[in-house]
Design a protein around this ligand. Sequence first.
Ligand code: CA2
Length: 149
Amino acid sequence: MKRPLIVVLNGPNLNLLGLRQPDIYGHATLDDVEQVCLQAAERLDVAIDFRQTNGEGELVSWVQECRSRANGIVINPAAYGHTSIALLDALHAVELPVIEVHISNIHRREAFRHHSYVSQVARGVICGLGVRGYAHALQAMADIIEDEG
Ligand code: CA2
């Protein structure tokens, strides 16, 4: 039987992970995050499509494309979570389960990071658990897909 597809989307500047600000984001690179996700996917028997973009429009287009091909979306919207109504609208329109991930605990940081538009559409939010948060999100999404067919 075909494995469910979970699309893992990453927003702006996450390509810099591991290269700067390790005090906030740790030492793992985006390639390491992809490996964490691939290992979790193998264990959970799901397929993943792991992507990163710095462009808001590209992120919106990728969300729209998920409608015809994916069973769920795990997204670290990065700063667009705090700013983008376009991303919120796309996530609403796609009508798929969404789980939001942040590597850092956004509630322990500057006030402008405390609000996320994406949280309004997310089934759940994982923040502050480092890159392991992605594996937890994939576990939760696999459970949702299994429970809801
Ligand atoms: O904690 C997270 O995962 C964030 O989504 C990361 C975003 C930030 O804007 C959010 O508030 C929380 C930043 C993406 C990574 O930015 C870097 C900048 C310099 C060096 C390394 C990463």
